[in-house]
Design a protein around this ligand. Structure first.
Ligand code: FAD
Length: 321
């Protein structure tokens, strides 16, 4: 993670509509966005997914969008996911063997942000997001795809986990994301260790009373949470590019008697492609989080905030001439 003042400043910028307009107008932005985002359209997302699946990787497709305060936009997002799932069901026919099975480790998954489904709507947001997510889960089941609910800023965590608990009555394989930087997460891991959990470090700007701020503290929290999940009965999804976390996952898996089919690694599209291939070659399950859509700004800025090298790359591209 980028240290010091830069990371909070970038994460604050990720929520600025004014800066978004500026960044979108810059001629060099698109090329950089393309590094992390699979394109604007569903067709482009499926085209990017195909070689990943052919290389033995699994995918989780995310239709970009967040913080919706417009019910029409939330409905449009649901409609978009339903169309995507129907297109994936057709594309699925291209893949054979046990890869087509709907198992926790099946090849196809969609990731959802509840704030894009209406969670932030002032009236009944929680209920609306729950109903919308249920509609998408049913369509995913019909399309032989899994669903995982993303984690957003800490003010949404209680609502998100309560929606996940409720949906799991009908969709027991529904996954969710826990963020190791939140101080509450070890307890959430204890509670949810029997299910599909994607463990990440956490990508938002959070206050010190709820989240660890120092990189070393976040890493130690990640390791503690990972140990809990690996010792549990569920299916850990180890979402990180960090070699130290990847080694620890392999070690904890050995210690807890899990084989390579009992958990998976996950990485973001465009990040550490060589490492993704190496893990697949070594017999591990590896899922790529593949975002697409024109609402890429917040996602893109969080990626820049994570890594000084990404930011330097961006700033260099902005230089004229
Ligand atoms: P970092 O602490 O960023 O990096 C640690 C080390 O990893 C670096 O020192 C370097 O050695 C290596 N590394 C990292 N990036 C690179 C790179 N580009 N090239 C080479 N080496 C690199 N966050 C949320 O808040 N909510 C979510 O729902 C969510 N979902 C996610 C889903 C997936 C599949 C993944 C992979 C991440 C998700 N995240 C989510 C983002 C996550 O919280 C982190 O912000 C992000 O993954 C960066 O943390 P890291 O563990 O990769 O390690």
């Amino acid at each position: 993670m980028t240290n010091g003042l830069l990371r909070p400043a970038m994460l604050a910028a990720a929520r600025s509509a004014r800066l978004e307009r500026t960044v979108r107008r810059m001629p060099s932005t698109r090329r950089l966005v393309d590094r992390f985002v699979a394109g604007d359209t569903e067709e482009q997302a499926i085209a990017a997914a195909t070689p990943l699946l052919e290389s033995g990787r699994r995918i989780s497709i995310d239709y970009l969008g967040e913080d919706t305060t417009d019910i029409g936009q939330a409905r449009a997002t649901v409609k978009h996911y339903l169309e995507l799932l129907s297109a994936l069901a057709h594309a699925q026919a291209a893949f054979s063997g046990d890869q087509t099975a709907v198992t926790p480790a099946g090849p196809l998954e969609v990731s959802l942000k509840l704030s894009a489904l209406g969670q932030a709507l002032p009236r009944d947001g929680h209920r609306i997001a729950l109903d919308h997510a249920a509609e998408i889960c049913a369509a995913a089941q019909a399309a032989a795809a899994m669903v995982t609910i993303d984690a957003e800023d800490h003010t949404t965590t209680d609502s998100t986990l309560s929606i996940v608990r409720e949906l799991r009555g009908e969709f027991p394989d529904l996954g969710t994301v826990l963020q190791a930087y939140l101080k509450r997460t070890e307890a959430d891991c204890q509670e949810l260790a029997g299910s599909r959990i994607r463990l990440c470090k956490g990508a938002y700007r959070e206050p010190a009373d709820v989240a660890y701020q120092r990189r070393a503290e976040v890493d130690e929290a990640y390791l503690r949470c990972l140990r809990i999940l690996m010792a549990g009965e569920g299916y850990p999804m180890v979402a990180t590019h960090d070699p130290r976390m990847i080694d620890a996952a392999q070690r904890y898996a050995r210690e807890t008697g899990r084989d390579t089919g009992d958990f998976e690694f996950q990485m973001l599209h465009g990040i550490r492609d060589d490492e993704q291939r190496r893990l697949v070659k070594a017999g591990h399950r590896l899922r790529v989080y593949l975002p697409y859509g024109d609402q890429w700004y917040g996602y893109f800025m969080r990626r820049l905030a994570e890594r000084p090298a990404n930011l330097v790359f961006f700033l260099r591209a902005l230089r004229p001439g």
